[in-house]
Design a protein around this ligand. Structure first.
Ligand code: B12
Length: 211
């Protein structure tokens, strides 16, 4: 599909206005949001990641691509969050301490909202203390942790440790995700589960809540 290829290329080039325009046009052409997201936008970011790894582009280009992605997501957000399902549960989400990547986390958040969950998003670089304070205060059904930068995986373990220290570990289910995460890591730190993408995350959480 040409429009999706165009979106992918505009992300790679970090052309914000073009990404917004093409995203709007794709919606007008009734291209499904999932395709715009996965075959256009996320594919673009994957290419950006590869170019960065092979040092063909550097942090400024990474930043531009990230900003263009965020602009596009702001257009898709109202559609992704539209839900006529009655509230099914409460989720607190955030990117762990030391990590500033939030595009994936924002998508997870939108898809949870769209699936009927009430979501509190704590943002990026969230300390273990802030996560656990929020669990105590808001009593969510689920705590969702995201990370993209491998060294910050350890911060997920800090959250698990503090949940236990403050005696709230059994009050909340913990799901973790992000590119450097897998089920083994979830088992290692004692999280309830891992999911590779938002739909399988929602499915897992629905199962935990018996929905
Ligand atoms: C955009 C980007 C940035 C932007 C981020 C903008 C933003 N607001 O997020 C900026 C420029 C800030 C950035 C900074 C850095 N980045 Co960066 N970045 C990327 C890039 C290109 C895309 C990330 C992205 O958004 N992907 C798209 C989203 C949709 O995918 P996702 O995050 O994986 O999320 C999906 C799933 O993982 C899952 N998911 C995610 N979280 C959760 C949580 C739960 C609970 C569940 C169920 C699922 C789930 O669902 C999401 C949707 O499908 C990646 C390359 C790549 N291929 O990913 C590098 C990448 C992640 N960055 C990298 C690096 C090294 C850095 C820097 C250290 C660079 C530097 N030298 O400064 C800094 C780190 C700063 C820090 N301390 O965090 C490396 C990480 C390598 C590693 N293994 O650790 C990567 C892989 C690039 C590379 N190939 O080298 N980055």
């Amino acid at each position: 599909m040409d429009s999706l290829k165009g979106i992918e290329e505009a992300i790679v080039k970090g052309r914000m206005d073009e990404v917004k325009l093409l995203t709007r046009q794709a919606l007008e052409q009734k291209i499904p949001v999932n395709d715009i997201l996965n075959t256009g936008l996320i594919k673009g970011l994957e290419t950006v990641g590869k170019l960065f790894e092979s040092q063909q582009i550097f942090v400024p280009e990474l930043l531009m691509a990230g900003m263009a992605m965020k602009d596009a997501l702001s257009i898709l957000k109202p559609i992704m969050e539209k839900s006529d399902i009655p509230p099914v549960g409460k989720v607190v989400i955030g990117t762990v301490e030391g990590d500033v990547h939030d595009i994936g986390k924002n998508i997870v958040s939108m898809i949870f909202v769209g699936s009927g969950f009430q979501v509190t998003d704590l943002g990026i670089d969230v300390s273990a203390q802030k996560f656990v304070d929020t669990v105590e205060k808001e009593k969510p059904d689920v705590l969702a942790l995201s990370c993209l930068y491998t060294p910050t995986r350890l911060a997920m373990n800090d959250v698990m440790r503090l949940l236990k220290e403050r005696n709230v570990r059994n009050d909340v289910k913990v799901i973790i995700g992000g590119a450097p995460i897998d089920q083994n890591y979830a088992n290692m730190i004692g999280a309830d589960g891992y999911a590779p993408d938002p739909p399988s995350g929602v499915k897992k959480v629905m199962g935990w809540l018996g929905k």
